[in-house]
Ligand binder design. Structure first.
Ligand SMILES: O=C(O)CCC(=O)C(=O)O
Length: 261
C-alpha cells in the first residue's frame, strides 16, 4: 500500500473506532506474524489443557484459573504474554492506532488466545469494561482480535453492535446494570440499550475474516463470539491495551492456578 492509501486507511480506522466503536482491518498482519501467533497459541494451549486435565472448570472468569478461563461453553481463553508470543508492541502493525487513541504511554493490559471448539454456542452480548464517567469519554481500553486462520461466518467470528459503545453507559442510563453488561447475562442485548427510546437498536455486524485480519474495538462496545458451526476449532489471538492509569478488573479474577494440587 502506498503512503497516501496508508494514511487514508489510518484515518478511516480511527473514525470508525470513534463512531462505530470498531474497525475491521483486512490482512493487517503479515503471514509470518500470524503463523508465529498461531504456533505459540497452539503450544501454550496444549500445555495448559494438559495440566488442567480433568480438573473442574466452570463458565466465566471467577470459575476459571489464572491460566485458563472458559468464557462460554467450549470457548477457552488462555492468557499469553507478549514475551511468550515473542513480539514487541511497538513493532506491531496495530500499534499506531493504539497510541493515537490511548496516548503514547498506552499500556498492555492482557493478551492471549480465544479458541472456540466445534459446536460451541454463541455467547451472550457483553462489554469488556464499563464506562467510567456519566458523560461520554474517548475509549479507555482497546482490543485487537487477530484471526489466526481464515474465519468464515460458519466458524463464528465476533459480532458487534455498531455504535453501542455510545449507549452502554450505565452511569448515564440508570436502566442499565454494569455487572449485567460485563458478565454475560441472557437479558443483555442491543435492543435493551434503547429500551423505551425512539431510536433504532444498534445494527448487528459480523464479517468473515481472512487470516491476519484484525478486529479493533472499544472495550465498551456490546459484542459476542458467534457459534462455531464448523468442524474445526477457531483461534483468535487478542491484545488488549489500556490508557495509562486505567485498571481493568474483571478479566481474570480467579486466584487459583492449574498447577495447584
Ligand atoms: O470469541 C469471541 O469472538 C469473543 C470472545 C469474547 O468476547 C469473550 O469471551 O469475552
Amino acid at each position: 500500500m502506498d503512503l497516501t492509501n496508508l494514511q487514508q486507511q489510518h484515518k478511516r480506522v480511527l473514525s470508525q473506532l470513534e463512531n462505530d466503536g470498531f474497525s475491521l482491518v483486512h490482512r493487517l498482519c503479515e503471514p509470518a506474524l500470524t503463523e508465529q501467533l498461531l504456533k505459540v497459541s497452539r503450544e501454550i494451549e496444549a500445555d495448559v489443557k494438559n495440566i488442567l486435565g480433568k480438573k473442574q472448570i466452570g463458565i466465566g472468569s471467577r470459575a476459571g484459573y489464572r491460566e485458563i478461563v472458559q468464557r462460554s461453553p467450549g470457548r477457552w481463553d488462555i492468557p499469553i504474554t507478549p514475551e511468550q508470543f515473542a513480539i514487541a508492541h511497538q513493532q506491531m502493525p496495530w500499534w499506531t492506532f493504539i497510541t493515537d487513541i490511548l496516548g503514547q504511554d498506552a499500556e498492555h493490559a492482557f493478551s492471549g488466545v480465544v479458541s472456540s471448539e466445534p459446536a460451541s454456542p454463541e455467547q451472550h452480548w457483553h462489554i469488556d469494561s464499563p464506562h467510567e464517567a456519566t458523560e461520554h469519554h474517548p475509549a479507555h481500553a482497546i482490543n485487537v482480535l487477530i484471526a489466526l486462520n481464515d474465519l468464515p461466518l460458519v466458524m463464528g467470528p465476533t459480532e458487534l453492535a455498531r455504535g453501542s459503545h455510545l449507549l452502554t453507559n450505565h452511569l448515564a442510563n440508570p436502566t442499565l446494570v454494569s455487572d449485567q453488561l460485563v458478565y454475560q447475562h441472557a437479558g443483555t442485548s442491543p435492543v435493551l440499550l434503547v429500551n423505551g427510546a425512539c431510536t433504532a437498536a444498534p445494527e448487528y455486524c459480523s464479517s468473515a475474516m481472512s487470516a491476519g485480519s484484525c478486529l479493533i474495538f472499544d472495550d465498551r462496545i456490546l459484542h459476542r463470539g458467534m457459534a462455531n458451526r464448523s468442524d474445526s476449532t477457531r483461534h483468535v489471538a487478542y491484545f488488549s491495551y489500556r490508557q495509562k492509569g486505567y485498571v481493568p478488573y474483571t478479566h481474570f479474577e480467579s486466584p487459583r492456578s492449574v498447577c495447584d494440587t
